[in-house]
Design a protein around this ligand. Structure first.
Ligand code: GRF
Length: 194
């Protein structure tokens, strides 16, 4: 399909959301395509999965740079070399600076495993259970300098059951993440695509 929006995916680990996005792009009617997967962790299992799916997989290891600015400059160069127009964070465990984010205005999105604005940060599922909430879910949102705080694009909700552990709840939400992220990218690509 001509004119598909080219996006890059930044990961640090497993890459199951990354794979859901890559698989969505295999449908020729999907309005976006994955240009590159970049990991800041050389041993991220997602890197191998991306390569197996035929997607260029690159490592930009933050430990190899003298500071955050130099790391982010390398990240930026790698994204632009792959003609990326849009960035999806998928389990990317570095906080991006305001300077980096400014270079991609309204062009960076993230997926977070809670119903934002509730439960920003890590260990969301354990905190949701400790608070005895009756539902949780996931949120796709625009990235702004303040963590997990940008405008919400879409959310999916799941019930919480009495027998839930953080692991069980995480798995139930992850299933929804794999639907939510491609759905959000589809919406955005249709809106800003070429
Ligand atoms: C997901 O739960 C995502 O919401 C969060 O980090 C996790 C990444 O999982 N930001 P995966 O690497 O996509 O499997």
């Amino acid at each position: 399909m001509a004119g598909r929006l080219k996006f890059g995916i930044l990961i640090s680990g497993r890459g199951s959301n990354m794979l859901a996005l890559i698989e969505a792009c295999q449908d020729p009617g999907f309005p976006a395509e994955t240009s590159v997967v970049i990991s800041n962790c050389p041993d991220a299992p997602g890197l191998k999965k991306a390569a197996q799916a035929g997607i260029p997989a690159e490592i930009v290891d933050h430990k190899n740079f003298k500071n955050k600015a130099a790391f982010e400059q390398a990240l930026d160069e790698t994204l632009r070399r792959h003609k990326v127009e849009f960035i999806c964070l998928a389990g990317f465990m570095r906080i991006l600076s305001e300077n980096f984010i400014r270079g991609w205005p309204e062009r960076i999105i993230n997926i977070h495993p809670s119903l934002l604005p509730d439960y920003k940060g890590l260990d969301t599922h354990a905190r949701v259970l400790a608070d005895k909430r009756d539902r949780s879910g996931c949120t796709v949102h625009y990235v702004i300098p303040e963590m997990d705080s940008g405008p919400v694009i879409l959310q999916k909700t799941v019930p919480i059951r009495p027998e839930d552990t953080p692991e069980i709840l995480a798995a139930r939400i992850l299933e929804q993440e794999h639907l939510a992220y491609p759905e959000a990218v589809r919406m955005i690509a249709k809106r800003i695509g070429n």
